[in-house]
Design a protein around this ligand. Structure first.
Ligand SMILES: CCCCCCCCCCCCCC(=O)SCCNC(=O)CCNC(=O)[C@H](O)C(C)(C)COP(=O)(O)OP(=O)(O)OC[C@H]1O[C@@H](n2cnc3c(N)ncnc32)[C@H](O)[C@@H]1OP(=O)(O)O
Length: 177
């Protein structure tokens, strides 16, 4: 019996159809947000919760220091954007899709402190169906940076567009040396 690929699967790191075709990111592992091989990266580690398939989450506990300073004692706004983008993008794989950020908007609600434990959360909001009722390419997600007591410091909404995995795999094959 074939597996239902529309359901989230938190045991996997890539969509089923990508078996044997790791992404560029996975091969190099230099992703600025989560790649362990990037010495300048943020080294974020997420835990995904797919217990409610309609509202899956990705959560990361992190703390940054002066390397990422913007306003004195606080995280640079561009890094805040990178954190939120990363949290939202981490929802795509449990949803069994490869997708890239097409649009995101950010509310910078409070300055985000350095040297303090913080919580980064991505939440899947919706995947509107196409006109014919089949699953669409657009994934809407939300991201938040919170203090441990739940106070929200920054919030994002993002639109991610699913990429054709066959084209991606073909592109990777051409880059093999
Ligand atoms: C080298 C590549 C490697 C890839 C590895 C991936 C692994 C994962 C990596 C993890 C990365 C982590 C995350 C990162 O940081 S990813 C890094 C940052 N993102 C990028 O670099 C993405 C660059 N953009 C693209 O490549 C293309 O634009 C993509 C592929 C995303 C879509 O191009 P495509 O030509 O296919 O689609 P489209 O442009 O017609 O738009 C699609 C639909 O969206 C609608 N729309 C647009 N704006 C809005 C809006 N504001 N509100 C509502 N809707 C809006 C628009 O009307 C259209 O709708 P419709 O007309 O179809 O109904």
């Amino acid at each position: 019996m074939s597996k239902d690929t529309t359901l989230p699967d938190n045991a996997r790191h890539t969509p089923i159809s990508m078996d044997g075709n790791p992404t560029i990111d996975e091969r190099a592992n230099h992703c600025f947000g989560c790649g362990p091989a990037n010495p300048q990266g943020l080294h974020l580690h997420f835990t995904t919760d797919t217990s409610n398939p309609q509202a899956i989450t990705a959560t990361c506990h992190f703390q940054l220091d002066r390397m990422h300073e913007g306003p004195p004692g606080h995280i640079h706004g561009g890094i805040v954007a990178a954190l939120l983008d990363e949290a939202m993008s981490k929802l795509n794989r449990p949803l069994n899709v490869l997708a890239m950020t097409r649009h995101m908007e950010i509310d910078y609600l409070r300055p985000v402190p350095l040297y303090k434990p913080l919580v980064l959360i991505g939440r899947h909001l919706s995947r509107p169906a196409k006109a014919d009722g089949t699953p669409g390419r657009k994934f809407f997600h939300q991201g938040e940076i919170q203090l441990p007591d739940g106070t929200v410091l920054a919030r994002s909404k993002g639109l991610f567009i699913a990429i054709d995995e066959k084209l991606l795999a073909a592109g990777l094959a051409q880059t093999e040396t």
